[in-house]
Design a protein around this ligand. Structure first.
Ligand code: GCW
Length: 680
C-alpha cells in the first residue's frame, strides 16, 4: 500500500469509459481515500488537478489545464515518433505545467499507466521528467497454475507448489474466496501479466470437468480477473471427448471428435466471452495425446485450434514430450533430444492460433542447462518460452534464489551465434506475432503469497521481463525492492536496499554453486526434488543421468561420440558445444563426459572446481544469513522472521548439498581437495 502514497495524496482526473477504466477509478479512489487525495471521473471539469489519466478518443477537454496536459501528451507522442501505435496496452506519460498526464488508446493502457505512476512514486510528478511511452513487447504474458481442484494423493493441492494451498481450489471445489483472487489479479496486473491458466497441466478426472460441468467455477474466476485485464485459460485433457463426451475415441481426425470440441468450445465462450484458450500437455508423463491414434502433435493441436478459432482463442501446446519409461541401460535414448525430435519436423504445420510452448531448456527447468534448440528450429511456428517461477529445482521457495539473471540469460541467448537474433526476438515474433512468455506460477494461499517473501521478486521479475524481455534484471529487482521495502521511520532505506541486493543479486549463481555441478543437472531427491540425491535418478526411467564413475562424470551429447544432441543447434553453437575445449565451463558436464582432471577454462580441474564451488556456495549462504540480520528491527517483523527462518533452512540444506556432493565425488575419484578442507 505504501507505494500508492504518492498517487493517493494527489488530485486526479480520469477520463474514459469501460470496465478497466472503472478499475482504474476504483484504484485511484482507494488510494485517495487512504492518503487524502481527490478523484474526479469526467465530466467534472471545473477542477485543478495533479494527474490526468485519459483515453485518447476524447475530443477537446473543457478544462484548460487538463486540455493543456492532454495536448502535451499528444505532442510528446508525435515527438516520440510512435504516436499511432500505443496499441491496446500501451500508454504515454508526459508533463504540462504542474500536471502529469497519462494517455492511452484503450482502457488496459490506462490501467498499466496507472501502475507505472504508482511505481514511479514522486518521480511521476517531477516537473523535469521528460515524456516517455511504454508498450509491452509481448502480447501475451502468461502464468500457468499447476493447481489441482481435488487434492492429488502425491502432489497435493498444487503440483510443485511451495506457497500453501491453491488460491482457486480446495478439497475438490472452488474456494469461493474471490476477494483473494481479486487481490491476486491486482498483483498480476501491476507487474504486467495478462493471462493465466487456472488448473494443472496434468489434468485428472475432477479437473477435466472444468471444461464442462464445472465451467461455472472458471467463469467466476474469469469475471474477477477480467477487471484487471487478465484472461483465463484452461488446461484440458486431450481425452476429453472420451472422458466427458462419451465418445469412443479422441482421434483428432475423427469427425465426431471435431464436432464435440467445436460444440464444447462454443459453450465455453457463451459463458466466458473473452476466454483465452486451451493449454495442453499431451503424450507426456502419462497424459493422453494424439500418439494413441497414430497422429502427430500438429494434428492434435490443430484440432483444438480449429475449435477455438471462430472465437479468437489460442491453444498453448506444450513441447515437453519425451519417453518417461526409459531404461537407464539404454544409452542411445537422450531425453534432451526429445522435444526437438518430436516438434522440429512439424514446423509450418500448426494453425496460426497455435502457440507451441517450449521449456527454456531441453531437459526440465534445471538451475543450469543450455537453451532449448527447439526455440531456434521452428521459424514458421509461433513459439512461447516456458519458465518456472515456482522454484521446483531452485530451492522450492525455502532458498533465496532470484531467477531474473537466469531468465535474462535465456532471453538474450542468440541461438544463431553472437550478435544474431535472440530468444527474446523469437518469442516476440514479427510484428509481435510470436508466442510470448509463459511461466509456472509460484503463488498460493500463504500469507506472504509465495512462501518465501523474497520469492515475490521472481513473480514480479517475470511480469516485467515479459513486458520488456530486454530489461536489465538487476534494475527490475531494484524496482521490486524499492516498492516492497519503502522508506520508513525505523529503516535506513539505503541500507535495506543495499542489503537486499547483496543477498539476492547473485543468489541464483550461489544456488548453482552448491548444487549439481557444471550443468549436469538433477542430483536431487526423487519425488519431491528437494535437497541432494546424487544418484537419486541415476538408475530410474526418467532419462536424467550423470554417469559418474571413478574416472569422470557428465553426459556425452556430442555428435562425434555421444547422443548427437549438439547437432540440434544451428552451426555456431553446434560447433561450440561439440568439443569440451570450446564448450562453456558452466555447461561442460551437460555436453561431455570428462575426466576429473580435465582443466576448465577457469584454470581449475573439474574435481577441484566441484570442491571449490561447493565450499564457496555455503559460505555465500552463511553471508546471506548474516546480512539479513542487519535488517532486524528495520522491516515488518513477520517478514523478517519468515525470511530468517528460511535462511536457517537454506544454510542447513546448502551444507548438506556441499557435503554430499563433495563426499560423493571424493569417493568416486579418490582425488583429495587441494586445500585439505573437510570432506567426509
Ligand atoms: O518438472 C516436471 C515436474 C512435473 C511437471 C512436469 C511438467 C506438471 O516435476 O511435476 O508436471 O515437469 O512440466 O509437465
Amino acid at each position: 500500500p505504501e507505494a500508492f502514497r504518492s498517487l493517493g495524496a494527489r488530485r486526479v482526473l480520469l477520463h474514459g469509459e469501460g470496465l478497466l477504466v472503472d478499475t482504474v477509478l476504483d484504484e485511484v479512489s482507494r488510494a485517495c481515500a487512504r492518503y487524502g487525495g481527490l478523484v474526479w471521473h469526467s465530466p467534472s471539469w471545473d477542477v485543478d488537478v495533479d494527474l490526468v489519466l485519459a483515453l485518447r478518443d476524447a475530443a477537446e477537454l473543457p478544462n484548460p489545464s487538463v486540455e493543456a496536459a492532454r495536448a502535451a501528451g499528444e505532442a510528446a507522442l508525435v515527438e516520440l515518433g510512435d504516436g499511432e501505435t500505443l496499441g491496446d496496452e500501451g500508454f504515454v506519460l508526459a508533463r504540462a505545467g504542474d500536471v502529469t498526464v497519462v494517455l492511452a488508446d484503450a482502457p488496459a493502457g490506462l490501467l498499466y499507466g496507472l501502475f507505472h505512476v504508482v511505481r514511479l512514486c514522486a518521480a511521476a510528478f517531477d516537473p523535469a521528467r521528460p515524456p516517455e511511452w511504454h508498450r509491452p513487447a509481448l502480447r501475451r504474458r502468461m502464468l500457468n497454475h499447476w493447481d489441482n481442484v481435488a487434492v492429488h494423493p502425491v502432489m497435493g493441492q498444487v503440483e510443485r507448489g511451495y506457497a500453501g494451498g491453491s488460491i482457486f481450489w480446495r478439497d475438490g471445489r472452488s474456494r469461493g474466496d474471490l476477494d483473494r483472487v481479486r487481490e491476486y489479479a491486482r498483483l498480476l496486473a501491476s507487474c504486467g501479466v495478462n493471462a493465466i491458466s487456472v488448473n494443472n497441466v496434468n489434468v485428472a478426472r475432477t479437473e477435466a470437468l472444468l471444461l464442462t460441468e464445472r465451467l461455472g467455477d472458471v467463469a467466476e474466476i474469469a469475471d474477477v480477473l477480467r477487471r484487471y485485464g487478465i484472461r483465463v485459460h484452461l488446461s484440458v485433457s486431450f481425452a476429453a471427448p472420451v472422458l466427458l463426451g462419451g465418445l469412443s475415441t479422441a482421434d483428432p481426425l475423427d469427425e465426431n471428435v471435431r464436432v464435440w470440441w467445436a460444440a464444447t468450445t462454443r459453450r465455453v465462450y457463451e459463458r466466458i466471452p473473452d476466454f483465452g484458450g486451451y493449454l495442453v500437455k499431451a503424450d507426456s508423463e502419462g497424459q493422453p495425446g494424439p500418439f494413441t491414434y497414430g497422429r502427430d502433435h500438429a494434428d492434435g493441436a490443430n484440432l483444438l485450434a480449429e475449435a477455438l478459432a471462430p472465437h479468437g482463442g489460442v491453444v498453448h501446446w506444450r513441447a515437453f514430450v519425451y519417453n518417461h519409461h526409459q531404461d537407464w541401460r539404454d544409452r542411445s535414448t537422450d531425453r534432451a533430444r526429445a522435444a526437438y525430435d518430436h516438434f522440429a519436423p512439424l514446423d509450418g504445420r500448426f494453425r496460426t492460433n497455435v502457440v507451441v510452448q517450449v521449456k527454456f531448456g531441453p531437459v526440465d527447468f534445471q538451475t543450469r542447462e543450455p537453451i532449448s534448440p527447439v526455440l531456434a528450429a521452428m521459424p514458421a511456428t509461433r513459439l512461447a518460452v516456458e519458465l518456472q517461477v515456482t522454484q521446483e529445482y531452485t530451492g522450492q521457495q525455502r532458498h533465496v534464489c532470484h531467477l531474473g539473471p537466469w531468465w535474462s540469460e535465456v532471453l538474450s541467448f542468440a541461438p544463431w551465434g553472437p550478435g544474431g537474433r535472440t530468444i527474446a526476438d523469437v518469442v516476440t515474433g514479427e510484428a509481435g506475432a510470436g508466442g510470448g512468455m509463459v511461466a509456472v506460477a509460484n503463488v498460493g494461499d500463504d500469507p506472504f503469497w509465495t512462501g518465501h517473501p523474497l520469492a515475490q521478486a521472481n513473480l514480479y521479475t517475470f511480469g516485467r521481463l515479459a513486458w520488456d524481455p530486454r530489461r536489465d534484471p538487476t534494475a527490475i529487482l531494484d524496482e521490486w525492492i524499492t516498492l516492497t521495502f519503502p522508506p520508513s521511520a525505523t529503516a535506513d532505506a539505503e541500507l535495506v536496499r543495499r542489503t537486499l541486493h547483496e543477498i539476492m543479486d547473485d543468489s541464483w549463481r550461489t544456488y548453482e554453486r552448491y548444487t549439481a555441478p557444471l550443468g549436469v543437472g538433477f542430483m536431487v531427491n526423487p519425488g519431491d526434488h528437494y535437497g541432494p540425491g546424487v544418484d537419486g535418478y541415476e538408475y530410474t526411467r526418467w532419462g536424467t543421468y550423470h554417469f559418474a564413475d571413478r574416472d569422470g562424470v557428465g553426459v556425452d551429447r556430442s555428435r562425434a561420440s555421444g547422443t548427437g544432441f549438439t547437432g540440434q543447434y544451428p552451426p555456431y553453437w553446434a560447433q561450440v558445444y561439440e568439443s569440451p575445449e570450446s564448450c562453456p565451463d558452466e555447461l561442460l558436464l551437460f555436453f561431455h563426459h570428462v575426466p576429473y582432471g580435465h582443466v576448465l577454462h577457469s584454470g581449475s580441474t573439474v574435481i577441484q572446481h566441484i570442491y571449490d564451488t561447493h565450499f564457496a556456495g555455503v559460505e555465500e549462504v552463511t553471508a546471506m544469513r548474516r546480512r539479513w540480520q542487519r535488517l532486524n528491527g528495520m522491516i515488518d517483523p513477520s517478514v523478517y522472521e519468515r525470511v530468517a527462518e528460511r535462511l536457517e533452512e537454506q544454510v542447513r540444506c546448502a551444507t548438506e548439498w556441499r557435503d554430499q556432493i563433495n563426499t560423493y565425488f571424493f569417493r568416486k575419484s579418490g582425488v583429495p581437495d587441494e586445500r585439505g578442507r573437510d570432506i567426509y
